[in-house]
Design a protein around this ligand. Structure first.
Ligand code: ADP
Ligand code: MG
Length: 229
């Protein structure tokens, strides 16, 4: 319980900070992006490659700010009766493009039939993206990322499995902490955001991993009489 309280306090402090810096950072960045884009259109091909990097890095910085905000605001989000399968199919082209660039494969394996779920589609897309990106980043160019759904009597499971490096047992419990990262370019916000999204979706998220074999993130959506708690 004490941990829970600490976490709440930490999140609300972060929330206040986040709210106050949102516009201050986003607006100038949007202006910079606009002008860089303009310069890019008029540049030589050598300069082009520099502008490309500038734009990419700006977008990355923007992504970090967005993740940080969604995590920090921890707000009550609107949920609608939605179809998880069409959500996943919508995401597939984006994931496939990402995987292609890395020489990796995506496998989507959907169960026969799924009950409709109360979802915030934007948040669940974000969650799948975060898990898929982590999976891809953990694999080499022979990697296969598998996304599955399972309709169980008391719950629906979404599983994201990679055959990447795996996670050492002593690191497992820290994964969902905000700012915990083992990557030089990481933010450590992806999984923290996934956890807070599932807290808003009457669900759970946990991980099973084996060093050298791979990792599965299991996202559970509880049905009314769910036994998984
Ligand atoms: P980031 O990706 O920015 O590092 P995340 O919160 O998404 O932050 O992930 C936190 C850490 O968890 C990663 O730095 C990595 O060490 C570990 N991790 C997450 N997903 C995987 C995975 N599929 N395989 C191996 N390690 C993972
Ligand atoms: Mg990540």
């Amino acid at each position: 319980l004490k941990d829970e309280v600490n976490k709440m306090e930490r999140l609300s402090l972060v929330g206040q900070m986040a709210a106050s810096i949102t516009h201050e950072i986003r607006n100038p960045m949007a202006v910079i992006r606009g002008f860089v884009q303009l310069l890019n259109e008029r540049s030589t091909s050598e300069q082009n490659s520099y502008f490309h990097i500038i734009l990419q890095e700006l977008d990355r910085a923007n992504g970090i700010i967005n993740d940080f905000l969604s995590l920090a605001q921890n707000r009550i989000v609107e949920k609608n009766v939605s179809d998880l399968h069409s959500l996943l199919e919508d995401l597939l082209p984006l994931l496939q493009a990402d995987a292609n660039m890395r020489g990796q494969q995506i496998e989507l394996s959907l169960c026969e039939q799924l009950d409709p779920l109360e979802l915030n589609v934007k948040e669940i897309k974000q969650l799948v993206l975060n898990l898929a990106r982590n999976g891809m980043e953990a694999m080499d160019d022979k990697g296969v990322l598998r996304i599955e759904t399972h309709n169980l009597p008391d719950r629906i499971e979404l599983r994201v499995t990679d055959n990447g490096v795996g996670i050492p047992p002593e690191k497992l419990e820290r994964l969902f902490e905000p700012f915990y990262t083992t990557k030089t370019n990481g933010t450590g916000l992806g999984l923290a955001l996934c956890l807070s999204i599932m807290e808003r979706h009457n669900g759970k998220i946990h991980v099973v991993s084996k060093i050298g074999e791979g990792t599965t993130f299991i996202v559970t959506f509880c049905k009314p009489d769910c036994q998984c708690w």
